[in-house]
Unconditional design. Structure first.
Length: 65
């Protein structure tokens, strides 16, 4: 990675919709995939608030050491 890549002010960010609530999010979390008969699997994304409901990442009840 270059310094220019880190400092680039890109207004074009990856945005997608949450599979649970349907809201658009700029911070999507991968929560699953759906296999298809042809082509690559479809990736399912959730917003950070709903991602913990799918088991992605630590939950508030997890003990982080």
């Amino acid at each position: 990675m270059t310094r220019e890549a880190l400092l680039n002010d890109s207004s074009e960010s990856f945005r997608t919709f949450c599979v649970r609530c349907g809201r658009e999010t700029a911070a999507p979390v991968v929560v699953g995939t759906v296999e298809r008969a042809s082509g690559p699997p479809a990736v399912q994304y959730a917003c950070p608030q709903d991602a913990v409901k799918y088991g992605a990442g630590p939950s508030p009840d997890d003990l982080v050491t």
